[in-house]
Design a protein around this ligand. Structure first.
Ligand code: ATP
Ligand code: MN
Length: 303
């Protein structure tokens, strides 16, 4: 039995962890202690993806069956050592640069951690282009895999490497690391242009139109996620689903095998699976924070 509250020392910081035996995922008996343990252990993999960015917490104080709220502001009760940054829309956000901050957030029942594409110090200059592949009604994650592979091939023809992760919910997230001086207007236009090309090639399966009716049976390539005020769930974040699913980096081979196997459940990874994967594979999403690539000019202004 886990105790209800406990004082711990992590990375030289004292933290009081509370309600440790509270059920955060009641269907499977996954407690707050297990949420904290997951984040503490996944720390080395997730921290590079959080570092330097204003983080939006999504908190479920009473577990995934209860109410949730987005917390974009770093709460006034945050310990003094939690790093913060002012953000463009006029508030001060938390920055997760170390393990104690990550564990402090887990203790706030911040199951999901969401980040923008840019770091605070280079706001408006995103580190990557994101393609959020959402299955419309009647489509599944396997349809997202098919479109994801097309997208991967197209990007490869442009000389660009892309990494991919499950959203931990319904779809897939693809990222093209840039780490150059590209602005979010440029990454957004690039994502739209590439999405339009895919939709033109295969209009029955792909759309870039946000309208719900347009999406039936198709994959919606959400290019608008590249806006500087938008966030995407961070790689390795838990999701508030009935099971403790994780937004999990996967290989292109796994994407292709999932299509061949026809079973979408092979792409559902829970906290324990992800810890094991990272132990074996390391952080396969690392290119997203390391790889420098230049976007091609797809359109000439005024041409
Ligand atoms: P799914 O696979 O179900 O689409 P997702 O995480 O991609 O999961 P989306 O609805 O496609 O969810 O949204 C993409 C991203 O936009 C989210 O990961 C989240 O960071 C952000 N987002 C979505 N809804 C909100 C909201 N109400 N407020 C703030 N940010 C949001
Ligand atoms: Mn999505």
């Amino acid at each position: 039995m886990s105790p209800k509250a406990e004082e711990v020392e992590i990375g030289g910081r004292r933290l009081r962890l509370s309600n440790l035996d509270k059920l955060m995922y009641p269907d499977v008996g996954f407690t707050k202690a297990q949420v904290i343990d997951y984040y503490a252990r996944i720390g080395p993999a997730v921290l590079p993806h959080l570092a330097g960015r204003p983080v939006t917490m999504v908190r479920w104080p009473d577990g995934v069956d209860g109410k949730s709220f987005f917390e974009k502001r770093c709460p006034p009760h945050a310990p003094k050592w939690v790093q913060t940054t002012p953000v463009a829309w006029g508030l001060t956000a938390c920055v997760v640069d170390d393990l104690p901050t990550l564990v402090w957030m887990a203790n706030l029942a911040a199951l999901e951690l969401h980040t923008p594409q840019a770091r605070a110090e280079s706001w408006g200059r995103p580190d990557s282009v994101v393609f959020d592949l959402d299955p419309g009604p009647g489509a599944t994650v396997l349809d997202c895999c098919r479109v994801g592979l097309e997208l991967h091939d197209l990007l490869e023809q442009l000389g660009l490497t892309a990494v991919v992760k499950t959203s931990g919910s319904k779809g897939l997230h693809l990222a093209v690391p840039v780490h150059t001086a590209a602005t979010d207007d440029e990454t957004k236009s690039f994502a739209l242009a590439v999405g339009q090309l895919l939709a033109k090639r295969d209009p029955k399966r792909v759309t870039v139109v946000m309208k719900k009716e347009e999406r039936r049976g198709k994959v919606f390539v959400d290019w608008s996620q590249n806006d500087q005020n938008k966030t995407t769930v961070c790689a390795y974040s838990l999701r508030a689903r009935p099971h403790p699913l994780v937004s999990t980096p996967i290989s292109w081979e796994e994407v292709s095998d999932a299509i061949d196997g026809g079973d979408p459940s092979v792409l559902s990874f829970e906290a324990a699976d992800v810890l094991e994967r990272v132990e074996q594979l390391g952080d396969i999403y690392a290119p997203n924070v390391e790889l420098v690539q230049e976007l091609p000019q797809l359109a000439q202004k005024g041409a």
